[in-house]
Ligand binder design. Sequence first.
Ligand code: MN
Ligand code: MN
Length: 454
Amino acid sequence: MSDLSYQNKNAFDVLSEAELNEVSEYCEGYKKFLDNGKTERMCVEYAVSLAEKEGFKPFEDGKKYKAGDKVYLSQKKHAAIFAVIGTESPEKGFNITAAHVDAPRLDLKPSPLYEDNGMAFFKTHYYGGIRKYQWVTRPLALCGVVCKKDGTSVKVNIGSDPGDPVFMITDLLPHLAKDQAQKPLATAFTGEGLNVLLGSKPDNNEEKDKIREYVLKALNQKYGIAEKDLFTAEITVVPADNARDVGFDRSLIAAYGHDDRVCAYPCFTALLKTKAPKKTCVCVFADKEEIGSVGVTGLRSDFMNNFLLALCDGYNSRIAFANSAAISSDVAAAFDPNYPEVFEKHNAACINCGPAICKYTGHGGKSGASDACPEFISKLLAIFDEANVLYQFTELGKVDQGGGGTVSQFIADRNIEVLDIGVAMLSMHAPCEVAAKTDIYMLDRLCKAFYEKY
Ligand code: MN
Ligand code: MN
């Protein structure tokens, strides 16, 4: 191959033995992050606890901050911003990373509990782009919070601990699935069919709905709640399994919610390691990306904007925003040899080839895309090369096969230049997704270079 030609490099051809040991060690921390963060609330809470240990303090709007100060803002406990104040004026711009910490799942309906034929169930309403068939016959956990009228709240977390019971959505036996098997995948499993089995034991002190009553008493004993408290609850059904290594070589991780905690974690850990940067460095954990970044905790809300404006106090915020740079860090689709037909092999991301850069997102004729400027990309690449960061360029699948968006467009709306960079993964949006450890480690290196050098 001549010097003019270019080929992606594989991390195993580039990283030293010592670096590969760092990869494994780094990913142990990531697996803990996943196991402790099966919902966006849990992710925010866990990350805040790690940040506080590193000296981060709750952000106070109106307070004057000095270089090296570390602050965090919790946006209604569903989203968060972590920042390290830089030595330079805000007008030089902010270095921002943004990843989302919500993931596809099943939420409980407001009135979820019912009994049918000797069993009790919860009705659910799915959240985000799930493939419904993947959620049946799989151990499930309940995670969330119940907020009571007296202002107190109770955390619900049952199913993920090895000693806990799990919950389950049943499926049809093949012997009786003749009609179902003829249906297209998209219609064979219905949203109203995703009902979670909760138990089968009656409470014989009651006259009727004895199994339902048993569940209510169990909920009351464990959490001190009654049925009406479920109206104000935010309880989600998530996979019970914790993160596991995959392969003889343990080079991959299978877990629920890689999308997009696999990017949020490196964006966050890189910030923790960034001491006294020149520019103020900001790491955003966004919520509601999976349903369009809407709502008060999604990135269409003003909370990130307001946080940055507060840091601009006394300076020209228009200049600050115009000089800011952002990495929208969200997962990319890795080439899957089981499904080569949906990928265009010249532009597909490969696992272990470093974080995947998407110049543009969107679908069809790039509809809904955030398309980064080449001047911006090349400036970033110079920094990544200097820091020995492995990266690759990609786009999401074949033209007109589908597509997707990220939070980048909502950052771009603020006149902040932004580029999409994330970990390439297999089985995206499945209850158990797969990502390569070297890619996760490499995103941490990339973010650190960006915070310190851009
Ligand atoms: Mn995502
Ligand atoms: Mn997603």
